[in-house]
Design a protein around this ligand. Structure first.
Ligand code: TYM
Length: 338
């Protein structure tokens, strides 16, 4: 039997998942299930790197896992699990921390952006977050990591840690200790922008909820958010005009959500005013999200099923992760447990 290449990815259970998380990441995971050995985790340890509410974390974690399933992740074919339930993630993070140069972390763009928003309250965890992400990936010997564009720099860091700081130092050249992962960033959907500013990415941490469409937003709310989305005074939708980031973003969303090619969408909307285009976009968004929302409601009617999926996922994930952790500990020279 030939082993399938391995995939690992995850989403933070902070707030609610939005269109960027779906189009940039989860939608692409679904296709990989046919050709790859797929691991998808809910990265709850990442969710506490900024101040969080303990009363909401467990439910957000279950909601995120249920959304994975609603988006088409099949627990028969994929391992779906919660990061904090596999302790090897935290343990490998410590080992990797001790070989990762501080200045590699200080130059991470996302850290700089998030730290700016936090003021004096920046935690060590926020700085260390990319090392935890590297541990998530490296524990599973992942070949491929499907993510949106904003995670590219973190993926490069994971590769550098694996190659330069672990393999080069602790393993013979012909027998690398850790697999060096490749990012998978698809051109379309990799960078979904905010509805209220086409120059900023759609993000869970933006205080204005009108900036994003949540996967669980009801149809009226989707329509209202799109109605209020930022426009410009120009007639006709088009791609690639640097002066018109909102037109580029919303036309791209229309193409993705309606399943049309970019060329078809562009031709269809080239002469449309915003007043004509927005209801079409709202209709496409509602139609694309409705089946997902129905599946989500069905999954949440059977909490025991979801618990069982996560319990099985934890076991399958822990078996792989623990073996990698032991391999790394042995190479680093730790005394084996008796
Ligand atoms: P997170 O939770 O911020 O986002 C989850 C996934 O959604 C993608 N994404 C977007 N794609 C397109 N347009 C957007 N506006 C947009 N916003 C988010 C992200 O690129 C990501 O793929 N650190 C990661 C989670 C993580 C992870 C991992 C990912 C932890 N460990 C291991 C892969 C492998 C994060 O915070 O993603």
């Amino acid at each position: 039997m030939t082993l399938r290449p391995r995939v690992l990815s995850g989403v933070q259970p902070t707030g609610s998942l939005h269109l960027g998380n779906w189009l940039g990441a989860i939608r692409n995971w679904v296709q990989l299930q046919d050709s790859h050995d797929t691991f998808f985790c809910v990265v709850d340890l990442h969710a506490i790197t900024v101040p969080h509410d303990p009363a909401l974390l467990a439910e957000a974690t279950r909601r995120t896992a249920a959304l994975y399933l609603a988006c088409g992740i099949d627990p028969q074919r994929s391992t779906v699990f919660v990061q904090s339930q596999v302790p090897a993630h935290s343990e490998l993070t410590w080992l990797l921390n001790c070989v990762t140069p501080l200045n590699w972390l200080e130059r991470m763009i996302q850290f700089k952006e998030k730290a700016r928003k936090q003021g004096d309250n920046v935690s060590v965890g926020l700085l260390d977050y990319p090392v935890l992400m590297a541990a998530d990936i490296l524990l599973y010997d992942a070949d491929l990591v499907p993510v949106g564009e904003d995670q590219k720099q973190h993926l490069e860091l994971a590769r550098d840690i694996a190659q330069q700081r672990i393999n080069a130092r602790f393993a013979p050249e012909d027998q690398p200790l850790l697999k060096v992962p490749e990012p998978l960033i698809l051109a379309e959907g990799a960078r979904v922008m905010s509805l209220i500013d086409g120059r900023c990415k759609m993000s869970k941490s933006e205080p204005n909820e009108g900036s994003r469409l949540h996967l669980l937003d009801p149809p009226e709310l989707i329509t209202r958010k799109i109605k209020r989305a930022k426009t410009d005074p120009v007639m006709g939708l088009e791609f690639g005009n640097p002066e018109r980031p909102e037109a580029d973003n919303l036309l791209g969303l229309f193409a993705l959500l309606s399943g049309k090619t970019r060329d078809t969408a562009a031709a269809e909307c080239a002469a449309m005013g915003w007043g004509q285009f927005k209801p079409l976009l709202a209709e496409a968004a509602v139609a694309a999200l409705q089946p997902l929302q129905e599946r989500y409601a069905e999954i949440r009617r059977d909490e025991a099923y979801l618990s069982e999926v996560l319990r099985e996922g934890k076991e399958r994930a822990a078996a792989v992760a623990t073996a990698t952790l032991e391999r790394v500990k042995a190479a680093l020279g730790f005394l084996p447990a008796a």
